[in-house]
Write a protein that binds this ligand. Sequence first.
Ligand code: F6P
Length: 339
Amino acid sequence: MEKKVSRIGVLTSGGDSPGMNAAVRAVVRTGNYHGLEVYGIMRGYQGLIEDDIFRMDSRSVANIIQRGGTILKTARCKEFFEYEGRKRAYENLKKRGIDGLIIIGGDGSFRGAVNFSNEFDIPCIGIAGTIDKDIQGTDFTIGFDTAVNTAVEAIDKIRDTMDAHDRIFIIEVMGRDAGYIALHSGIATGAENILIPERKTDMDAIIKSLLEKERRQKLVNLIVVAEGDDFGGANQVQKILKDKLPNAEIRVCILGHIQRGGSPTCIDRLIASRMGYHAVESLMEGRYNVFVGIQNNKMHYIPLEKAVKNKGKISEEWMKIVKILALINITNKRLLKQV
Ligand code: F6P
């Protein structure tokens, strides 16, 4: 399907992530540099279907690199799951002569792009934008670093009050299918337990260690839970623990959408700028239907259909680090096994 592109569209789709604006800026400015016409599409695939499309120039992306959210707005569009919806989207692109599409979003958005590019003559390039970091083939996704730093800042604050009261705190972070935010923020804040969807949690072992702490009158414990863990989030975990430790003071804090907003970190601005630039270059070079990822600090172009959820890829080593670093009294490997 190789052809020269002259007009390209850019959209943001799925859950927003801090740094999406920086990526839009990079796409528009790189496109303009190469003499391409760049069109912004509002509300992801929804705007494509509804023909909510407008011309962008370099000035229209001034002063947005530092802003969270997305100036193009975003949506999860059910109509695009259907062939009829995708056909309408294609007709709108055709009508305007747009011959290349850049999609900034997560794996769900990429799946839509795969169907679209298989059915219609529109080359698509993905840019990995999701706070969940659950796209295979890239070390970074736009927004993850900001989200995880937001979580760390919040958990640090909670730790102060947790410690002052000798309480158990269960903090829920985002991640319906992926535990990366929980794992990274949990290790970075010294959590004793981290519960993630990719791993089966040994709740008996957690209860045993808490009972032991209670016996030693040292019942202070930080538990970080991904929203999609085995038990269904922090409130469910609290119920289970309350049952076994009726005298313990257990508090829950759900961080929620605070993790999706805010000014992107330097890392997120940087990777968004690099990915946006390379997405346009990729279209220019005729490398189609791939997404732009970064591996070992180098750009990689991965077929869009390979962008499946990264479930189950959490390394044993990371889990071992969580356990070992949470130990205060145990120095013996044999005892570690019992924790
Ligand atoms: O995919 C990003 C994400 O933030 C998930 O971690 C979370 O489960 C989901 O989006 C929440 O989506 P919504 O904003 O639609 O409630």
